[in-house]
Design a protein around this ligand. Sequence first.
Ligand SMILES: [Zn+2]
Length: 422
Amino acid sequence: MTINGTAGGEAIGPGEILALFRQERAHTRADLVRLTGLARSTVTQRLDTLLAAGLLIPDGESASTGGRPPTRFRFNAAGGVLLITAIGASHLRCAVTDLEGKVLAEEACESDVAAGPHVVLNQVMGLFETLLTVVGSVPRNVRGVGVSVPGPVEFATGKVISPPIMIGWDGFDIPGYFAAHYGCPTLVDNDVNAMAFGEQRTYWPRHPHMLMIKVGTGVGCGIIVNGALHRGAQGAAGDLGHIPYSGGGTDNEETEPLCRCGNIGCVEAYAGGWALLRSLRELGHDIHSSSDVVRLIRAGQPDAVRLARQAGRVLGQAISDAVSFFNPSLVVIGGQLAHADEPLLAGIREVVYRRSLPLATRDLQITTSRLDYRAGVTGLALMLGDHLFAPHAVNQLLGVDSGGGDTESPILAISPHSQDGS
Ligand SMILES: [Zn+2]
């Protein structure tokens, strides 16, 4: 079926039409005629194609302007499910969502990412099967799989490359693993990019310039510029945890803490959950995880509060540098340590507002994540939906050449960078 050469010579296939419904810009035939300039007969043809494929469904009837009320349509969010997993350093969260990213069922559990891909992904598969049963679905309804990891992934293949804390994952083909089970596209991204995407899309659409700082076991930064994720040339943008902290007030390297990456004095070596855990254990506190650290801070334990304030100031310096580079209107703090609230946030705010130029901070908001523990799975589901239902992907699925867009591999791998979190 050829759909090129329509009104105005524009290539407006079913995929482009579906996008108008997903963006809620169109609800009726009349909307489509007005928005696309296509002939009514062509619009009807596109709609029939989308209805037959189950991508679009009738949605009641809209108010009439006289005569027969025009039928309304909407994207069929229930036309399949997405399987999502956000893998952290010490635990993971799995969810089944509808095709609009609404969480239908979810479950989290402890998981040591250093146990390697087979152990961790088998755990994920087990949860996926349980969750599919919970929502009354089956593997053949799965339209896509979204995975976020606390490590670097090769852009073209979705393979994890030399991850500092993901022992045994080097070169592992995550999309291949899921393709063998579900035969559908798999999107792989870095954890903080997924969180940034979810947070901005869900709560902050009026803030197209945003930084998402994840303070979990490690520290990372997701950068949204002009409403889109900024990944950099290799996907390594935003590696905030391993830039050096220069405010230690000493030139003596021996007094600066050793980082997991092998360097000394990194931001993460002061402010990451693992660093706070290390410092508190050295002070004699019998604790074992980032959640224990948060518990001590919230309980007002003086050592923990002092270290959290210091971590906030270290993060504040790094964020202030990032604010000077990107001039965001919003900085969102997420990850487990965000639950430390005031001691951490006070340190961050104090330094960012003091160090950054007045113009950069005049309208700058610094806040904690609203999606909280769901930021990763929500962001992945929304990102996956955008890829699966991109106009060219839909046209390809329907066997229609719209003449636009790239051909997309069935494996979707979005390049992330090395960051870590729990
Ligand atoms: Zn480091």
